[in-house]
Design a binder for this molecule. Structure first.
Ligand code: ATP
Length: 459
């Protein structure tokens, strides 16, 4: 009961649905060749994500093969960690892919929101990707474009891998490198960071190329940035082929070992490749200790929360040196937030020097507040670790390369201005700093800076 169309796409599901079987709601995403709608099936009321592709557009852009590949792969996949294809159908102008709705959207959005994941979350989501890849490779499919944008999340926050336009099904004895160069070149526009060195040097992708991408993703989960970065693609490619990357300070040592075993130039030497013991060896890596591989899909994912290692920015209340009772003096101290006694300062500074990797940028000053802020200049924003310290100082540090980038100069003229939940300005005589607090806590910063201002300038 297959029907073929002018676009060459063949429909093949036994029960033919039509667009009239669904109510189409909002647009939930736009791809280069598609629009994805949230839709509800009439009758059962089940929600789906329907990917709609304009035939004319696909033909004009010569993407028929891309679309057919995506459909073929999706039809061959049946695993909880992948977006599921329920129906396909078409009308005169369009193709429709009815997909399981990944209600929580892209994992990348969470990563951007939180900057990075803590170790539990990184371990858990990395393990889900490993299990998904084990299934995929076992089914003879290589994804070839694995990256955080292509990892969606369902209602229970489990992964739903998508985007199989660049995938390849390996048939028994198939050694061809069919269209690898063109296909890859097209598919990594803007996301060159995850491409493996063998794709760049010999234009051939294998199952092991997905393991390389996994290494990049784990690195990004923990550090907030992919390992190979650069101003333009050429720079990134240079770094990839030379294996030129560094681990930021504080990177979990077991994860570091795993990343080093995945980011190996020779694809056969990557942990997880057949030669290196396959997926059993990968799953046995110490970083995954505690993962219940057989019940991952039933395990409740750890909550994705901002990763704030114990730092002076969120110090524990220090009770030991405080006297009992609420005297006028104590009220005064609390109201002016002048809580820091000499002894506390000493203790906190010692703690800060020991456990806060940003201590070295503070010239020995006690950190009163610290956090990641996007510092905007024109159209570009750079994420910086801001350190508000006694002194007063407001230092900002590149959190990836761990380099002090500068400080906002304090003076009596300094003024804060909150624009909304996220954005606030710090006005100085020579410059207005446009700052964006990604967690929508601009108010906390404004309050804290004002408090410090009052402490030093309003006496
Ligand atoms: P391109 O085709 O340019 O590589 P893409 O693969 O992101 O882009 P689509 O697969 O068409 O394009 O998806 C576009 C967007 O729609 C995705 O980024 C995602 O946010 C959303 N989306 C796609 N599929 C689903 C789904 N099953 N559930 C929820 N959202 C989805």
């Amino acid at each position: 009961m297959s029907t073929s169309s002018e676009s060459g796409i063949v429909a093949s599901k036994p029960i033919k649905k039509t667009p009239n079987d669904f109510v189409f709601g909002k647009v939930i995403g736009e791809g280069s060749y598609s629009t994805v709608y949230l839709a509800k099936e009439i009758g059962p009321g089940t929600e789906y994500a329907i990917k709609v592709l304009e035939k004319k557009h696909i033909m004009r852009e010569r993407k028929t093969q891309y679309v057919m590949r995506e459909k073929e792969v999706l039809m061959n996949i049946n695993h909880p960690f992948f977006v599921r294809l329920y129906y396909t159908f078409q009308d005169a102008d369009r193709l429709y892919f009815v997909l399981g709705y990944a209600r929580r959207g892209e994992l990348l959005d969470y990563l951007h929101k939180l900057s990075s994941f803590d170790e539990d979350c990184s371990r858990f989501y990395c393990a889900e990707i490993v299990k998904a890849l084990e299934y995929l490779h076992g089914a003879g499919i290589v994804h070839r474009d694995l990256k955080p944008e292509n990892i969606l999340l369902n209602d229970e926050m489990h992964i739903q891998i998508t985007d199989f336009g660049s995938a390849k099904i390996f048939k028994e004895g198939d050694t061809s490198e069919e269209n690898s160069s063109n296909q890859r070149k097209n598919s990594f526009v803007g996301t060159a960071q995850y491409v493996s060195p063998e794709v760049l040097t010999s234009k051939s992708a294998s199952k092991s190329s997905d393991l390389w991408a996994l290494g990049c993703i784990l690195y990004q989960f923990l550090s907030g940035e992919p390992p190979f970065r650069g101003g333009h693609e050429y720079q990134i490619f240079q770094k990839i082929t030379k294996l030129e990357y560094e681990f930021p300070e504080g990177f979990n040592s077991l994860a570091r070992d795993l990343v080093q075993k995945l980011l190996v130039l020779d694809p056969d030497k990557r942990l997880g490749s057949d030669e290196m013991g396959g997926f059993d060896a990968l799953k046995s890596h110490d970083f995954f200790t505690g993962i219940d591989w057989d019940h991952l899909e039933e395990t409740k994912p750890p909550e994705l929360v901002p990763y704030l290692p114990a730092t002076a920015s969120n110090p524990q209340q220090c009770w030991s040196t405080m006297k009992p009772g609420l005297t006028d003096k104590r009220i005064g101290e609390i109201l002016t937030a002048n809580l820091i006694t000499e002894q506390e300062r000493k203790q906190r500074l010692e703690e800060q020097a020991k456990s806060n990797e940003y201590h070295r940028f503070t010239e020995g000053h006690l950190i009163l507040k610290q956090g990641l802020i996007d510092k905007r200049k024109g159209l570009f924003a750079r994420r910086r670790m801001f350190l508000l310290t006694e002194g007063p100082h407001l230092y900002y540090v590149d959190p990836v390369n761990k380099v002090l980038k500068g400080q906002i100069p304090w003076s009596k003229e300094l003024k804060t201005e909150q624009k909304n939940f996220k954005i606030f300005f710090v006005h100085t005589p020579n410059r207005t700093y446009y700052l964006e607090e990604p967690q929508k806590r601009a108010e906390d910063w404004v309050k804290e800076i004002d408090k410090v201002y009052n402490m030093y300038y309003e006496t």
